[in-house]
Design a protein around this ligand. Sequence first.
Ligand code: PMP
Length: 446
Amino acid sequence: MHDERSRELYDRALSVLPGGVNSPVRAVRPYPFFVERGDGAHVVDADGNKYIDYVMGYGPLLLGHGLPQEVESRIQSQLSDGPMYGAPTEVEVELAEFIARHVQSVEMVRFVNSGTEATTSAVRLARGYTGRDKIVVMQGGYHGAQESTLVEGKTGGTGSPSSSGIPDAFAEETITVPFNDERAVREVFEERGDEIAAVLAEPILGNCASVGPVEGYLDTLREVTDDHGALLVFDEVMTGFRVGGLQCAQGKFGVTPDLTTFAKVIGGGFPVGAIGGPAEIMESFTPTGDVFQAGTYSGHPLSLTAGLEMLRYAAENDVYDHLADLGDQLRSGLADILEDEAPEYTVTGYDSMFKVVFTRDGPRDLSGQCEAGCRQDPDCPRFDYCPKSKADVSAAETERWERLFWPAMKEQGVFLTANQYESQFLSYAHTDEDVEKTLEAYKEVL
Ligand code: PMP
């Protein structure tokens, strides 16, 4: 595989961009390839190498790199009308209506420009609405590069910042609990329920190897927040309009949050974020309420046109069925391969999200009994061995994943996310043949 051009670009990048990248996860070892262009389910790097792409922009590219003609021409037409105005446009109303029509918990939407901005504003809204300061987050959850959630801490205690540059005072308002641990969250609410503004949680830990909720866990979050006058905020930045189709993960799991954050898919590959919820809470945002929220680029016509057209396309075609079929094919193929090559490892994921977790202490004597990917089914014989929390994923062979597995898969022409924690994504552009090739590569490398 030639890589001269990527190396040269990375050398130049290191002089002008800290670490050579604009988001740290891209700085893979020993150096990243630079992308020349996307092509359906593939990316082509600066040296002409082609990879089957499961990074998919870290989630936004539901349809892959090439957009259907009608989607592309609407974006082009918006572009030729000028990119943005600083005054309202029809597309903002249309996308908000589309989201409200499909996502049961949403009546109103405020558009912003990234997932980080969406979660930051949702936390402020929850605090403003309840008049309380503390929030509860999941260990292993990720809500973007924001002060209130870049926190690590002991279960049930207030945290400390997980990045330098964040005052302790921010982290002191954030309580962390392990995902899927009902007792821990109940205890937190028993002790200080009247101080808590919200529980902020991804319904699936998408930044921790696609670990899903065990039966009843999300219902418990709903129940304790209701009982104590706190809000339940689902961060569906990654799962929104990807897992559970147009109803999102909250529809799939049948739990209705007070607020939801979106980003990624709803911008069709352009920068976007959104907060959605009932009018009664949402109207606490300025200008109707007193929770300040604003943005020059908010509701950006190009992003919203791309998102709306992509979602309309998904609603009118077999996008989600195709993705769920391919996902099942890939996860069950991976489960078969693991049985032979690495029976202690586990497949996780839902719909178009997947990951192989290098679990260390899986059973070695359950061949043939693993279903297609860990969906946290208590009847599965591997249930006890499947990762349920950050601690479980961190106990895996994370270093081996990064050091050996990722580069070897790349050599096989498969572009995976850069570490054990980040989820991987199928797109509508992936085919049965891509999945077959990918499974061959996994078999070879494992
Ligand atoms: N929340 C979740 C669940 C995410 O996965 C991400 C990004 N991966 C974010 C928030 C932050 O979004 P952004 O990178 O658009 O700021």
